[in-house]
Design a binder for this molecule. Structure first.
Ligand SMILES: [Zn+2]
Length: 261
């Protein structure tokens, strides 16, 4: 090419490069974080300036110890977030990933999100590292319930959801600060990361351990790495393709190239 490279040109080259890697991959895995859900209107509650941060700090109020000692504080804080998640719809990035899976270009979605938007978009093989808002478990008798019939009334009234069996407090099956990651999900994610030939990081700044270490496990075994995120990550230096942009714009563009050349 004789023309000087412009930012737009560089970006379209990166999209083409990403599409080539996805077409060639046989065992691609994607790791998604809060950045894939913000275009669906779900704030990243770990980030400052989202509104949820002001007042009670999430690390304190969304912790296991607060849940145990003062559950009403947790449920008060969680109410607006639960409402946003309950009403959110998958965006073009979620849909592009579901399409990749349907067409055999993607094996596994590993997500740090609890919002179930990948499944709503049609993804089947989703490993939820930080749990899920899809179900609630009784803290007393451990019976598990689908969230659907509990979330609506809780969001409307703010009342703590109670077990139909024993009236115990129902805890959303999300991993709170100070709580262990679900072991089976962690093993499954590690297995996927170690066996993939392409890891795509989509909307994660790779700041929350141990999940942020998964792409490193993939790289160490020779996998390619694509990073699509608004801000730089610690692994940008090792990525084959870096796209610093909104995933809801970028992933559908990549999908177009993968499916239509
Ligand atoms: Zn119960």
């Amino acid at each position: 090419m004789n023309e000087p490279a412009s930012p737009a040109l560089a970006s379209s080259t990166a999209i083409e490069d990403a599409a080539v890697l996805i077409r060639k991959a046989e065992r691609a895995v994607v790791l998604t974080g809060a950045g894939i859900s913000t275009p669906s209107g779900i704030p990243d509650f770990r980030s400052e300036g989202t509104g949820l941060w002001s007042g009670d700090e999430p690390m304190e109020v969304a912790s296991l110890s607060t849940f145990r000692t003062a559950p009403e504080r947790f449920f008060n804080w969680f109410q607006p977030l639960a409402s946003q998640i309950f009403n959110a719809q998958p965006n073009a990035a979620h849909l592009a990933l579901a399409e990749f899976e349907r067409s055999g270009h993607l094996r596994t979605v590993i997500t740090q999100n609890i919002d179930v938007l990948h499944q709503k978009a049609g993804s089947k093989h989703v490993v939820e590292m930080h749990g899920t808002l899809r179900t609630l478990t009784c803290t007393n008798c451990f019976k598990q319930f689908e969230s659907s019939s509990f979330l609506g009334p809780y969001i409307e009234t703010g009342k703590i959801p109670r077990c139909l069996n024993c009236n115990g407090i129902l805890k959303p099956d999300v991993i709170l600060f100070g709580e262990q990651l679900p072991q089976s999900a962690w093993y499954e994610a590690q297995r996927a990361a170690r066996h993939c030939d392409l890891m795509i990081v989509a909307g994660s700044s790779l700041e929350v351990l141990p999940v942020a270490g998964l792409p490193m496990q993939a790289l160490d075994r020779g996998a390619h790495l694509i990073i699509i995120n608004n801000t730089p990550t610690y692994l940008n230096v090792r990525a084959d393709v870096i796209i610093m942009d909104d995933v809801a714009i970028t992933l559908p563009e990549i999908a177009k190239r993968v499916f239509h050349g």
